[in-house]
Design a protein around this ligand. Structure first.
Ligand code: FES
Ligand code: FES
Length: 173
């Protein structure tokens, strides 16, 4: 099976019914998509498939030949974070980080599709993403800020929230 993952062409050897989540984590060693519920209910495994957010735990490899997959590692690097990654840092929108990579991927699709700064619209777009830590308020603020076109100075926030910075950069497993 041939996939493009974070702009790299991959020839994947896992059996056809293997979930994309398992392929990413165990064959390709890309660990930002998290194995939460593994039944489509929590959003922690969300990645972009051909630009659309998908639950990778429910996506069989055999449906993906020729597809383009993007995880949070493909959105930005620690030296060059995407605007959504910057916003999550700036607005302190992550705590333990387990839900964060899936939320950032989904939020990227939302704002990339022209989503508004209306928190009701954002909440609807991110419905089904469960966060046990933040209470969602900071997450909504971060996404709204990106949708408004705010700019972010993460120099001070990154240095004072180093664990958050590492998670958002996709470096935590
Ligand atoms: S692990 Fe896929 S939705 Fe929860
Ligand atoms: S930051 Fe901990 S689950 Fe969301």
């Amino acid at each position: 099976m041939e996939l493009t993952v974070n702009s790299v062409s991959c020839s994947v050897q896992s059996p056809p019914l293997t979930s994309l989540l398992t392929v990413l984590r165990e064959e390709l060693d890309i660990t930002s998509p998290k194995a939460g519920c593994e039944s489509g209910g929590c959003g922690a495994c969300t990645v972009l498939v051909d630009g659309q957010p998908r639950r990778s735990c429910l996506t069989a490899l055999c449906t993906l030949d020729g597809s383009e997959v993007v995880t949070v590692e493909g959105l930005g690097t620690p030296e060059d974070l995407s605007r959504v990654q910057q916003a999550f840092i700036h607005h302190y929108a992550a705590q333990c980080g387990f839900c964060t990579d899936g939320l950032i991927v989904a939020a990227t699709a939302y704002v990339g599709g022209g989503g508004s700064a209306d928190t009701g619209d954002i909440g609807e777009a991110l419905a089904g993403h469960y966060c046990r830590c933040t209470g969602y308020v900071k997450i909504l603020e971060a996404v709204a800020a990106v949708a408004r076109g705010d700019t972010f100075d993460t120099a001070s926030t990154a240095s004072s929230a180093n664990n958050t910075y590492v998670t958002i950069a996709g470096a935590e497993s």
